[in-house]
Design a protein around this ligand. Structure first.
Ligand code: SF4
Ligand code: SF4
Length: 436
């Protein structure tokens, strides 16, 4: 079993950073022309104007190791005392900088004129820092709980069962658990179970309406990947393997990823590379499934709200995940007054809490500060309702709205669909959790 590093080690850090230098990193580091275009794409820089938060500055540790170890001019410079090699204080400094001041949103990667995936290089820096033990305690503890208990928040199977019983009462339907040979297995994030359990009742209502064969699992239900948040591929792989094991055991054809951004992009796009083989099942984000059911006529939804409503694209679902059109097709049916933020879809601004920032209490003041960009977006629109599809984003948006005393109503898209389902007979099906 892979372990979360317990102690810091400079030598390990240099070695780990060296081990992260692959062909992509070399080509990226060699082709950066230092134009600075990526800076204005990063909310941590635009909202603080601190040059240390520019995307390219966050890659410095790996650049230093690369130059010192592999480049002619770097080696020469070091020998002549002109270039300072990586030092222990650098690892400690960049630990704070990278874990607190980068949400791995990848917006910077979208604008680089020479096509550098800067977020990929920052992820490699994190891998090196994590391997050497330079990572926030909160993320380390979350990863430990994920490995030992199966949930970064310590949610147990007993808690899940109790939540399901409560949701069954709310939605008036049995919620399938551990059903073998179901077509779909839906994972959940602990954040959803603890904070937005109505997602489960809403999904049950929609899938029952559409006649979909599905199940949850009590053996392993966690969608969140704490290894990704920590920056540890070995831990991330271990958690992905648990999903593969439980999906194979139940014999499902497709895994539904819930309203959790990084969980979707990890399983959909990164997991096959982590495992070195194709997944033995399909992966679909819940919004993709809902949109397919709607397009196939298996669910009908009403234009149930007149609110001036907008959608916050979770970075890992839209920018990194490619699920941009599905929520808009659903929102087009649900809300005649749907309006887009100026920057939306693949170029939307992050909520500020991705990449483990939300789980890192040390980063909270900075994270709340950079919400200013989202506030500006919302102020421009004057929207009454804000919809999203990631429980982590939802928490960050809730904090930001509260900090700025904004009255914008906040809701998850699955819930909104469930609230506006049209029954076969007549009229809308009542809301799952009217008190929420
Ligand atoms: S990934 Fe996002 S938060 Fe990180 S440096 Fe790039 S733009 Fe900034
Ligand atoms: S935009 Fe690309 S080339 Fe320009 S500084 Fe950023 S990473 Fe380097």
């Amino acid at each position: 079993m892979n372990k979360v590093p317990e102690t810091t080690s400079f030598e390990k850090g240099v070695d780990a950073m060296k081990a992260q230098i692959d062909a992509r990193v070399v080509s990226y580091l060699s082709s950066c022309v230092r134009c600075g275009v990526c800076a204005d794409a990063c909310l941590f820089y635009t909202e603080t104007e601190d040059p240390r938060y520019t995307p390219i500055y966050k890659t410095e540790p790996i650049r230093k190791v690369f130059e010192h170890e592999y480049s002619f001019w770097g080696k020469l410079g070091a020998r002549l005392g002109l270039k300072r090699p990586l030092q222990e204080s650098d690892l400690a400094d960049w630990e704070t900088l990278v874990y607190d001041g980068c949400s791995m949103c990848s917006r910077c990667s979208m604008v680089c004129p020479v096509g550098i995936d800067i977020a990929y290089v920052i992820r490699k820096v994190k891998e090196g820092l994590a391997a050497a033990g330079y990572c926030p305690d909160d993320l380390v503890h979350a990863a430990e709980r994920a490995i030992q208990i199966g949930s970064p928040m310590g949610v147990t199977a007993a808690t899940l069962r109790a939540t399901l019983r409560a949701q069954e009462k709310e939605c008036g339907l049995p919620i399938p658990l551990d059903v073998e040979e179901a077509e779909y297995l839906c994972l959940l994030s602990s954040g959803e179970i603890a904070g937005y359990p109505e997602f489960i009742g809403s999904l049950a209502k929609i899938l029952d309406h559409a006649g979909v064969s599905w199940t949850l699992s009590s053996e392993y239900f966690e969608a969140t990947n704490s290894g990704v948040q920590l920056g540890s591929t070995p831990l991330a792989r271990q958690l992905v393997e648990r999903i593969v094991d439980v999906a194979e055991k139940l014999g499902v054809k497709t895994v539904i990823m819930p309203e959790c951004g990084h969980a979707y992009s990890t399983l959909r796009w990164d997991a096959p590379n982590m495992l070195g083989r194709a997944l033995p099942f399909g992966v679909v984000h819940v919004l993709e499934l809902l949109e397919t059911l709607y397009a196939d006529g298996r669910i009908s939804i009403d234009a149930g709200t007149d609110a001036r409503l907008t959608y916050h694209d979770p970075c890992n679902i839209s920018r990194r995940g490619g699920v941009v059109d599905a929520p808009r097709r659903l929102l087009g049916a649900l809300a005649p007054n749907f309006v887009e933020m100026r920057e939306h879809g693949a170029m939307n601004w992050c909520c500020g809490g991705g990449g483990g920032v939300s789980a890192n209490s040390r980063a909270e003041p900075l994270r709340r500060r950079v919400f200013a960009v989202k506030k500006r977006q919302l102020d421009e629109l004057g929207a009454d309702m804000l919809v999203t599809a990631c429980s982590n984003c939802r928490n960050m948006l809730a904090d930001g709205l509260e900090d700025h005393e904004m009255n914008t109503e906040l809701i998850g898209l699955t819930e909104l669909v469930a609230e506006n389902l049209v029954s076969d007979e007549a009229g809308s099906v009542p809301p799952v959790n009217p008190s929420a």
